[in-house]
Write a protein that binds this ligand. Structure first.
Ligand code: MN
Length: 233
């Protein structure tokens, strides 16, 4: 096959304990999946768990990540870039209309990631009823650590998820507090799109989101399973 120019390289992540890389296809994100965060965003119906999950996405090539410190460029067109620490599911299989009971078997592994958000653009979009794309799907908007295979960590339903900025605690939650659990998220999303191996799903953030600035160092993790370190440049 001859292309008119070299195709853009695929984004990929390291896998803890392996020399193989995880090739990333698409990036899906769940909105407001922890009640305390839904509340801080003023989404009270979501906070009470009466709304079905909702999704948005980022381009696959918005991903930056790895096992060491990741440099993240402060993006264009914002004065209010926010951190959102999230538990990230890496799919090793896919399908449509996946039953909840069969969803975990399709998961290759897990990591933590940042759903970086241009909050000022999002606020304007919400006000006008416009799409969220430009507040969520910009260059380097998805950060992720190395993937831990489910063969090593199982399918954790609980565990502390946390984020520090410059050594100061900013976000803290527990995976057990997710309103929609990972298998439910996969089942629901697979009624909307055909999921495939390589898809990442960011599963929502606990309370405490806030601004980051050039020079900030973000360290985050889920205790004993996954971690990441990023510097805003
Ligand atoms: Mn998010």
């Amino acid at each position: 096959m001859n292309f008119v120019f070299a195709p853009h390289p695929l984004a990929h992540l390291p896998i803890t304990g392996s020399d193989l890389r995880f090739p990333v296809r698409r990036i899906f994100c769940v909105g407001r999946n922890y009640a305390d965060h839904a509340r801080e965003m003023g989404a009270l119906e979501q906070a009470e768990g009466r709304e079905p999950p909702f999704f948005f996405s980022k381009p696959g090539d918005a991903l930056v990540g790895g096992a060491g410190e990741v440099a993240v460029r402060y993006p264009l067109a914002t004065q209010n870039l926010h951190h959102e620490i999230e538990w990230v599911v890496a799919l090793g299989g896919g399908g449509e209309h996946i039953p909840v009971a069969e969803a975990s078997a399709l998961i290759y592994g897990y990591t933590v990631g940042l759903d970086l958000t241009r909050r000022d653009i999002q606020a304007r979009a919400k006000e006008k009823g416009h799409p969220w794309d430009m507040s969520k799907g910009f260059d380097q908007s998805a950060v992720a650590g190395a993937i831990t295979p489910a063969t090593a960590c199982g399918h954790p339903a609980q565990g502390r998820i946390w984020l520090e900025v410059n050594g100061e605690s900013r976000q803290q939650g527990d995976l057990a507090d997710m309103m929609w659990k990972v298998p439910e998220i996969i089942a629901n999303l697979s009624t909307l799109v055909r999921l495939e191996a390589g898809d990442l799903i960011y599963t929502g953030t606990p309370a405490g989101v806030g601004p980051v600035h050039r020079g900030d160092v973000l360290v985050a993790g889920v205790d004993g399973i996954a971690s990441l370190r990023a510097r805003i440049v």
